[in-house]
Design a protein around this ligand. Structure first.
Ligand code: COI
Length: 356
């Protein structure tokens, strides 16, 4: 066990929060975890009051983009035990992102200890309503004070937490992106790195100006195969099968995506992870073979797609058919609050509940 020092806040903000009306991404809990990487090792593990950070103007993350993050969720059981959803998958993915971005991996054991302790300390910040959660944002960035393209030798790793409701409060309509690309095989599309999200902003802004919520990314070589939405992975429900694009290096390996595949396969559904051409989707839609489409992600959980617009087609999805996605969403949300049996072993109860 590593030593994690705890410095409690002197003024909790908990009473300021309206748990019936939580805007996503704007409300932060009382404490955060912090660690620094220096001289080749991670050290100075602490949980301290949530506060602003100081930085040098040449801090390398700002200039050269060595910055990665995760998004995970904590919920609460009816008996008050805080619960984590697949934390081991999140540290695994964080460290894969770190390797790709030439950053140091974070010790798994310290990560688990930090998450348990932090969530245990701020357990009263976990919303109890189904579909809501305490969103955990672990992130790492380069801190060397240096102008020059090289990997930093120092880093900071933090975990901040936010009570949240669903990321999308209504079904999502998508525009097929025909000009810009998100990622190429061999690039950084599989890493959860900040630049991937920055690159999505202009196309998303243009799509929003036309009335769409987001763009649907296509492969960067031929604009033929569907990738993801940027905030979510994608699933297409055909009459005889469910298809999700194979990640293959350019698509984020979603943990909700993985959980959905496990659930559907266990129920005997035919699930295919493979390159999915947009033409196959269009053809199935025209033939009445495409039943529904939905997105999956930690923040979004499961988001119904109401429309996919391409240059030659406007596919509309009828709410009365959103049966599979509704069931998956309610299963995942239900497992998270122990309303559904955790038959896949996704849930990890929080071990350490420090009083302060
Ligand atoms: C997540 O789903 O956790 C993400 O990081 C995506 C973002 C839309 C919040």
């Amino acid at each position: 066990m590593s030593q994690i020092n705890f410095y409690p806040t002197e003024s909790s903000q908990l009473n300021e929060v309206d748990f019936n009306n939580i805007p996503f991404g704007k409300v932060f809990s009382d404490h955060m975890f912090s660690a620094v990487y220096e001289d080749g090792e991670w050290k100075d593990f602490q949980i301290c009051p949530f506060k602003e950070l100081t930085m040098h103007p040449s801090m390398m993350a700002l200039h050269y983009g060595q910055s990665i993050f995760e998004g995970m969720k904590a919920t609460v059981a009816p008996d008050g035990t805080p619960l984590l959803f697949r934390p081991e998958k999140h540290i695994e993915r964080l460290n894969k992102s770190a390797e790709r971005m030439c950053m140091p991996v974070f010790p798994e054991e310290v990560f688990h200890q930090a998450v348990h302790k932090l969530v245990g300390i701020d357990r009263n910040w976990i919303p109890s309503r189904e579909g809501s959660a305490l969103y955990l944002r672990p992130f790492m960035y380069a801190t060397d004070k240096y102008i020059g393209v090289t990997a930093s030798s120092t880093y900071r790793f933090l975990i901040i937490t936010l009570p949240v409701g669903p990321y999308y409060s209504k079904p999502v309509n998508l525009k097929v992106e025909r000009k810009y690309v998100r990622a190429v095989k061999g690039g950084v599309g599989e890493a959860k790195t900040s630049g991937n999200y920055a690159a999505s902003l202009l196309p998303a802004k243009l799509a929003k100006a036309e009335g769409y919520d987001q763009v649907m990314w296509m492969d960067a070589h031929e604009f033929k195969y569907i990738q993801e939405v940027g905030t979510m992975n994608l699933f297409f429900v055909f009459k005889d099968k469910i298809v999700t694009p194979a990640t293959e290096g350019a698509i984020l390996k979603g943990i909700t995506r993985l959980s959905i595949i496990e659930l559907l396969k266990s129920e005997g559904h035919k699930v295919e992870e493979r390159p999915l051409a947009i033409d196959e989707v269009k053809e199935a839609y025209k033939q009445g073979e495409l039943v529904e489409a939905f997105g999956s992600g930690t923040a979004a959980v499961v988001a119904n797609i109401s429309q996919i617009k391409d240059v030659d087609i406007d596919m509309k999805f009828n709410e009365s058919n959103w049966k599979l996605s509704s069931r998956i969403k309610s299963f995942i949300n239900g497992v998270r609050i122990r309303k559904e049996k955790d038959r896949f072993g996704w849930i990890v109860p929080v071990k350490e509940q420090v009083s302060h």
